[in-house]
Design a protein around this ligand. Structure first.
Ligand code: C2E
Ligand code: MG
Ligand code: MG
Ligand code: MG
Length: 290
């Protein structure tokens, strides 16, 4: 916030004041650059999609994958979704971008299907902005019908905040998607402040344990440290008791995978099995592991 930054800066002397002003200016500039870039990125075909497998430890099979948006911007090098998605949300561009992602994923699934490999459901991340605009059902139906795909091959990842807001309209919207046989996953689970009792009422299929909880498991001694295990174990029990599928995000090490296996979470997504990869590499992985 500009005022508080200047207040801080003033208290640190004149040089700092200038430093903060410059920093704010370049932040504003970068925001503008991103906003302008995003405006043209779809038309200029600068977006592409990576896929990250969800891997089952017991069967050694890929059981799904997540579509992750990438932007090859000519001016903004190595820009990540963490930086551009929030700006795409603020500007509303995320709605068109989200529809594009759904269409691309369906195109890719149809192309894979034609090669005769075993398909797995692909998850797309849906922004709360897009979900609340209410056009998500239409976009999903349009693309799956166009490409003659079974809706159960498309999974929708929504964050806890959206799904657990307690609004009747949200439940209704989810139920409609579910009735059409699209599947629904709650992303980054455990990081929100949701009422657990509410979870029972929701027509969902999967919980994804947030990466932040997995990150904390660093060695064997973590396995019995309740401070570290309490939340992942609670989420695992919750999913089991509610009959939901479960995926652990951000699994990077053998130790973490062993921990999850021991505690009863069988599906992992993370660098340990595979980083997000382009669609050709994903096809090869599917050929080998499904
Ligand atoms: P997310 O949906 O929770 O996706 C998981 C993120 O964790 C991805 O970051 C993925 O590359 C990263 N990741 C996967 N395995 C590991 C690991 O082992 N270690 C570490 N450190 N990271 C791992 P990414 O692709 O940068 O995306 C960040 C976030 O941006 C996503 O979080 C999602 O919220 C959002 N996002 C990505 N693509 C889309 C999209 O098409 N639409 C919307 N609305 N949001 C998207
Ligand atoms: Mg996700
Ligand atoms: Mg996530
Ligand atoms: Mg996330």
């Amino acid at each position: 916030h500009a005022d508080s930054a200047m207040y801080l800066a003033k208290n640190k002397g004149r040089n700092n004041y200038q430093f903060f002003n410059q920093k704010l200016e370049s932040q504003a500039e970068r925001y503008m650059l991103i906003q302008h870039g995003l405006h043209r990125a779809l038309k200029l075909k600068e977006f592409y999609i990576h896929y990250q497998p969800k891997f089952a430890l017991d069967s050694s099979l890929i059981v799904g994958a997540e579509a992750l948006l990438r932007w090859r911007s000519p001016t903004l090098e190595d820009i990540t979704p963490a930086e551009f998605i929030p700006i795409a949300e603020e500007t509303g561009y995320i709605v068109d971008i989200g529809c594009w992602v759904i269409e691309q994923v369906c195109q890719t699934l149809a192309a894979w299907k034609a090669t005769g490999i075993n398909l797995v459901p692909i998850a797309v991340n849906i922004s709360p902005i897009q979900f609340h605009r209410g056009n998500i059902k239409k976009a999903l139906l349009k693309s799956t019908i166009n490409h003659r795909l079974d809706p159960s091959l498309l999974q929708i990842e929504l964050t806890e905040g959206v799904v657990m807001s307690g609004q009747q309209k949200t439940v209704q919207q989810l139920q409609e998607l579910k009735d059409l046989r699209f599947s629904i996953s709650i992303d980054d689970f455990g990081t929100g402040y949701s009422s657990l009792s509410y979870l029972r009422e929701l027509p969902i299929d999967e919980l994804k344990i947030d990466r932040s909880f997995i990150m904390e498991i660093s060695d064997e001694s973590s396995f019995n440290n309740p401070h570290l295990t309490a939340i992942p174990c609670a989420v695992i029990d919750l999913a089991k008791n509610l009959g939901l599928n479960l995926v652990a995000e951000g699994v990077e090490t053998e130790i973490q995978s062993r921990f999850l296996m021991q505690k009863g979470c069988n599906v992992i997504q993370g660098y340990l099995f595979s980083a997000p990869v382009d669609k050709d590499r994903m096809w090869e992985l599917l050929k080998e592991y499904s």
